[in-house]
Design a protein around this ligand. Structure first.
Ligand code: URA
Length: 438
């Protein structure tokens, strides 16, 4: 089947059949389709969309382009579950949720990614832990899953290789923003991970890929419907990303926050609430608890008892990180730490969250080009949440920087990203809505 005919069909707005989609994915993997042909089809899909059936076929074909993990030989006798986030600033939920859900009786082989644009990536956060193996050999991964019940690792090159090539071409050709392409990209990797249940946190707001709740709902609906058609039980939760999640943004600082919240040394109400909400939905989806209330109280108990913290410690040790991460995470620290002070009295009314994410990149904590080195030490912590009463001269956050000049620049960017008003304004709810399979 000629690539040109498939591209022309989509350019004319026709739906592709399964044979055409399979031919495209085969050409993508075998590199018999040139980069130009792949980009042309990606652009035609961007402009003309895909039906649900086409999206399911693309997802299935991309899943089958590589290895599909099968955990049945491991005899875990526990449901294999995972969570995916569409990405945000300060989103360290995975670091809390994976051990928490493991402590509640599931197995969580979480395949995570690097930072994308202004949003952070779980792998970059974990790279702040000395010795932690992001791509361990299979026997080390299995040991972590047996000892801790969870392992947060990077993707192997054998998982959905068609998506790897397609994503790189989309990234370079302005064709990332397409609902069917995003759906197939996310789900092909999750289906290849051999899961029995998936919860997707689709973020909405000024720090998210989807700016509005309506856009996030559309993505959530597509993910849930396509996952279901491909045989993966999935629930999506649309959540707020109009402020940094928790009190820290920056790799090592977020790991610190996650450890402190899990071990009860610090409070982070929105982070904890979101972790419990997503965990409870996952436990219900995995059949561990029939009703959400019971699932939620088990999750709360695993957090309060320290069981989740203990699982994190076991996972980090099994994957080569610090032996007792709860006592000494050995996280690297930036040399220049300063308060960012409030310019006037008032109430913290709004945050340009994307600008805060970009300020972390400006400090060196994220990438402008794929593969670039990052400084895991830098970022912001002690960030005051929206709705807080603030006073002139009081700290709004702390900046961690490699130099005084960087700290000054990032502090100015942080202040410019915040709006201090005169009177309280309602803050957005944390959870906007839940999209479950019909
Ligand atoms: N994350 C992915 O894995 N793929 C996309 O297309 C977008 C976000």
């Amino acid at each position: 089947m000629r690539a040109q005919e498939i591209i022309r069909a989509k350019r004319e707005g026709h739906a592709l059949d399964n044979a055409q989609i399979d031919a495209f994915v085969r050409g993508l993997s075998a590199r018999t389709w040139s980069e130009g042909q792949v980009a042309a089809l990606a652009m035609a899909i961007c402009l003309n969309g895909m039906t649900r059936d086409e999206t399911v076929a693309l997802t299935r074909a991309m899943t089958a382009s590589g290895e599909v993990l099968d955990w049945s030989r491991e005899r875990f006798h526990r449901p294999v579950l995972d969570k995916h986030s569409s990405g945000g600033v300060g989103d360290k939920v995975s670091l809390l949720l994976a051990p928490l859900v493991a402590a509640c009786g599931a197995v969580v082989p979480m395949i995570s990614g690097r930072g994308l644009g202004h949003t952070g990536g779980t792998l970059d956060k974990l790279s702040a832990l000395p010795g932690y193996r992001l791509t361990p050999p299979r026997r080390t991964l299995l040991r972590a899953l047996r000892e801790a019940g969870c392992a947060i690792v990077g993707p192997s090159a054998r998982i959905a290789p068609a998506d790897r090539r397609l994503y790189a071409i989309r990234d370079a050709t302005g064709t990332v923003e397409s609902l069917p392409l995003i759906t197939a990209s996310i789900l092909s990797k999750k289906l290849a991970a051999g899961l029995q249940g998936l919860v997707v946190d689709v973020k909405a707001g000024n720090g998210a890929f989807c700016a509005s709740v309506a856009e996030a709902r559309e993505l959530a609906t597509s993910l849930v419907a396509v996952a279901r058609a491909a045989g993966l039980a999935t629930t999506a939760v649309v959540t707020d990303m109009n402020q940094v999640l928790g009190h820290a943004a920056g790799n090592a600082l977020e790991v610190r926050e996650a450890i402190d919240v899990l071990s009860g040394r610090a409070q982070s109400p929105r982070l904890t609430e979101l972790t419990l909400e997503l965990s409870a939905r996952l436990l219900q989806l995995g059949g561990l608890h029939a009703d959400l209330q019971t699932a939620r109280s088990h999750a709360q108990r695993a957090l309060d008892s320290g069981a989740a913290a203990e699982r994190l410690a076991r996972m980090v040790a099994a994957l080569g990180g610090p032996r007792d991460v709860l006592a000494d995470a050995a996280l690297p620290a930036a040399p220049c730490v300063r308060d960012i002070v409030c310019p006037r009295d008032g109430v913290l009314a709004a945050m340009n969250t994307r600008a805060v994410g970009l300020a972390v990149i400006g400090l060196g904590g994220g990438r402008n080009v794929a593969g670039a080195h990052i400084d895991v030490r830098v970022g912001f912590d002690r960030i005051v949440p929206l709705g807080s009463a603030v006073q002139r001269g009081e700290p709004l956050a702390r900046v961690h920087a490699a130099s005084a000049a960087d700290a000054e620049q990032a502090s100015a960017a942080f202040c410019a990203a915040l709006q201090v008003g005169d009177r309280p304004v309602p803050t957005a709810p944390l959870v906007y809505e839940v999209v479950a399979a019909a």
